[in-house]
Write a protein that binds this ligand. Structure first.
Ligand SMILES: [Zn+2]
Ligand SMILES: [Zn+2]
Length: 101
């Protein structure tokens, strides 16, 4: 995996369930597993933070639950790269999004 560390829960599994976790749709045990993983895995924590930021941003800007499609697309592409074990480069969050955090 891209972070180079071994985890009890695989990064691909964490990313598979990222949206369920964000929407609080996971059982308590699975929730704890993901939480532990985010503590020790910065690439996954970064993805989680990005999705959280997008969600907050969307809620603020239009009150609905649909992310701007270009930003969502970039995040999904990044998740694909992490899943494939490819290096992830560059700053994904646009300047204005970073400032509003
Ligand atoms: Zn991970
Ligand atoms: Zn990791």
């Amino acid at each position: 995996m891209s972070c180079g560390n071994h985890h009890d829960t695989a990064c691909s599994e964490v990313l598979d369930h990222l949206y369920e976790y964000l929407d609080n749709e996971m059982g308590e045990g699975d929730c704890a597993k993901l939480k532990d993983h985010f503590d020790e895995c910065s690439p996954c924590l970064e993805m989680y933070g990005l999705e959280q930021a997008i969600k907050a941003l969307v809620k603020r800007s239009c009150g609905c639950d649909t992310a701007p499609s270009d930003l969502r697309g970039k995040v999904l592409a990044r998740i694909d790269r992490i899943r494939a074990g490819l290096p992830v480069e560059g700053d994904l969050v646009p300047d204005d999004a970073a400032k509003q955090r």
